[in-house]
Design a protein around this ligand. Structure first.
Ligand code: ZN
Length: 275
């Protein structure tokens, strides 16, 4: 009799916990929907919308639902992507990028999402006979693009503009190695929280580029909201270097500010190899 009672009790407990599990699953599944609607209603114009990189309702999976203006984040030509070298095709249409970079002064801004360097002066890259003016560059840890499924520890994005609907962003990976001269100059001055540091001294922007200018190219988007699909991506094949300590310091400031890779959806990846 005792045995039967304890068996019954056991079954009852299992039954209850199973039910609780089920309930948990249901609330988990339903929660995003409710949140999305609430957020959408509150912030139609996207102005004060908070977004981030966490695994929560402000995170990358839900950017498209945060407000109407972020709906492109659910589009079909999003960035970053995994650059699969086995499907990257060489084409005669791609030519070397002509970099006309010089010395520039910078404002270093921690905007809460990244550390961004706003540059001054006429620094341009000529791509397919169009001039793109360098506006700013900023960093992501880990890298946003992956190559054959692998992240680099860091990636810098050089944001260049031709017009409002035509941006070229040049991505450069960092690998662990020699100390990086540019980071050495500025790393200790980075605003650790939201803020701006105005640098008096100028530096040569060419330091941001690898010696070998081979690159991968595809059509994509901004990797942060509003995720507009207006970007021609040029991701340099050869990484530049920074020391282990520099990369660690950087990721302490930026945390994991990378968007996960997005589906290719039939887009082509091209490559240009410097000979
Ligand atoms: Zn970026």
């Amino acid at each position: 009799m005792k045995k039967t009672i304890s068996l019954l009790a056991l079954l009852l407990i299992i039954g209850i916990s199973c039910n609780q599990e089920k309930k948990k699953e249901q609330t988990l599944e339903k929660a995003p929907e409710t949140t999305q609607k609430e957020v959408k209603k509150e912030h139609k114009d996207c102005k004060d919308v908070h977004w981030g990189y966490g695994d929560n309702e402000e995170g990358p999976e839900n950017w498209k639902n945060l407000c109407d203006g972020f709906s492109a984040c659910g589009g079909k030509a999003q960035s970053p992507i995994d650059i699969r070298t086995d499907i990257a095709v060489a084409t005669d249409e791609l030519k070397p990028i002509e970099f006309h970079y010089g010395k520039s002064g910078v404002d270093i801004i921690n905007n809460g999402h990244t550390v961004q360097f706003n540059v001054s002066g006429e620094n341009t890259a000529k791509i397919k006979n169009k001039n793109y003016k360098l506006l700013q560059f900023h960093y992501h840890t880990l890298s946003e693009h992956t190559v054959d499924g692998k992240h680099y520890p860091m990636e810098v994005h050089l944001v260049q503009k031709n017009n409002d609907k035509d941006y070229a962003v040049i991505g450069v990976f960092f690998k662990e190695g020699k100390e990086n001269a540019l980071l050495k100059k500025y790393l200790d001055k980075f605003p650790k929280k939201k803020g701006t540091y105005k640098a008096d001294e100028s530096f040569d922007l060419n330091q941001l580029l690898p010696a070998d200018k081979s690159y991968y190219h595809y059509k994509g988007s901004l990797t942060t909201p509003p995720c507009s699909e207006i970007v021609s991506w040029y991701v340099m094949k050869e990484p530049i270097e920074a020391s282990k300590e520099q990369i660690e310091k950087f990721s302490e400031i930026l945390h994991n500010n990378y968007r996960p890779v997005q589906p290719l959806n039939g887009r082509k990846i091209y490559k240009f190899e410097e000979k």
